[in-house]
Write a protein that binds this ligand. Structure first.
Ligand code: C5P
Length: 308
């Protein structure tokens, strides 16, 4: 069956403190977007995992989170009706090292897809709880990609609270752009340099959205406490940020630990400012936000639609 594995943005990312386990305590708002990898899953008669990866030069063995997700699923949930093992074909489009969660999304898509192929509902009951547990052990961002839409992440980012689709008015069509630098940044290096802000009250718009009151998407775009560290590691990124502000963006933010920036313009007309030369060899890409219902449809996770 075919599935799509979507990227995410962090609309805000507050680093509240350092934890004893070496991770950082976060408060972040995740959002799925329509930039996606393609993922095809098949049962195979031989046991074990086979991963065929195209589009990027990345490991296609145990080091790949998609591989480990399939391995964990088989160990915990049993094999699929059609065979003992699993074959994964993965076509990569989400840049690696960009703060867009590509690897974590692939892992979650494998978990959701295999559950669907087994004829189960991965969004309900004991299975949803088990998948969240497997996901959290694979990586801090994986549990979000089992939920999609807009969600609040706390703890390592792995405690996820969905925000209702109706509580967020999406940005205007054509107004949201990604700015993709020709380099990635290493997540662990950025976290190692960041200065936690300590405990702080959540932004009022976030508190309203959690209660189900409708807020503008833009009001959920807060600060990213990793920007200072990422810009210090990569001064070209700071220069790019300034260039995007000068191009007329209302809001510019780094996603996750970088290097991707996202920019909100007044609308398609405003975004035409981007037609000019791009500094540092970065690429621009227009994207759309996906609420939870749209993410499930595009991903192929809906039981009514199914993968194909
Ligand atoms: O969980 P994941 O493997 O995606 O995290 C990559 C690295 O990012 C961790 O090894 C850690 O150094 C850092 N990190 C952190 N605090 C978090 C999430 C990630 O320090 N909440």
């Amino acid at each position: 069956m075919n599935f799509r594995s979507c990227a995410k943005l962090n609309l805000q990312l507050e680093v509240l403190g350092r934890r004893a386990d070496g991770y950082h305590e976060l408060r972040t708002v995740f959002q799925t977007i329509d930039l996606a990898d393609e993922l095809r899953l098949e049962a195979r008669s031989a046991s074990g995992i086979e991963l065929v990866l195209t589009g990027q030069d990345l490991p296609s063995d145990r080091r790949n989170l998609a591989w480990r997700a399939a391995e964990e699923f088989l160990a915990r949930c049993g094999s699929l009706p059609g065979g003992r093992g699993v074959r994964i074909e993965l076509v990569k489009r989400i840049p690696a090292g960009g703060g867009l969660g590509g690897g974590s999304s692939n892992a979650a898509t494998v978990l959701l897809g295999l559950a669907r192929m087994a004829g189960w509902d991965p969004f309900a009951g004991e299975l949803a709880r088990q998948l969240a547990e497997i996901g959290a052990a694979l990586g801090a961002d994986v549990p979000f990609f089992l939920v999609g839409g807009v969600a609040l992440g706390t703890g390592r980012g792995d405690r996820v609270e969905p925000i209702a689709d109706a509580a967020v008015a999406p940005p205007p069509a054509g107004a949201l752009w990604l700015v993709l630098p020709p380099f990635g940044v290493a997540t662990a290096a950025v976290f190692a340099r960041c200065a936690p802000r300590g405990e702080a009250a959540p932004a009022p718009a976030l508190a309203r959205a959690r209660r189900g009151e409708r807020v503008e998407w833009e009001s959920l775009v807060g600060e990213n406490d990793l920007e200072t560290a990422a810009f210090a590691l990569r001064p070209e990124l700071a220069a790019l940020y300034t260039a995007v502000v000068r191009a007329g963006a209302r809001r510019v933010r780094m996603s996750g630990s970088g290097s991707t920036l996202f920019a909100l313009f007044e609308g398609p007309a405003g975004a035409r400012a981007l037609a000019g030369p791009v500094p540092s060899g970065a690429a621009w890409m227009q994207v759309s936000t996906l609420d939870r219902a749209a993410w499930r449809r595009l991903g192929g996770f809906d039981s009514s639609v199914g993968g194909s």
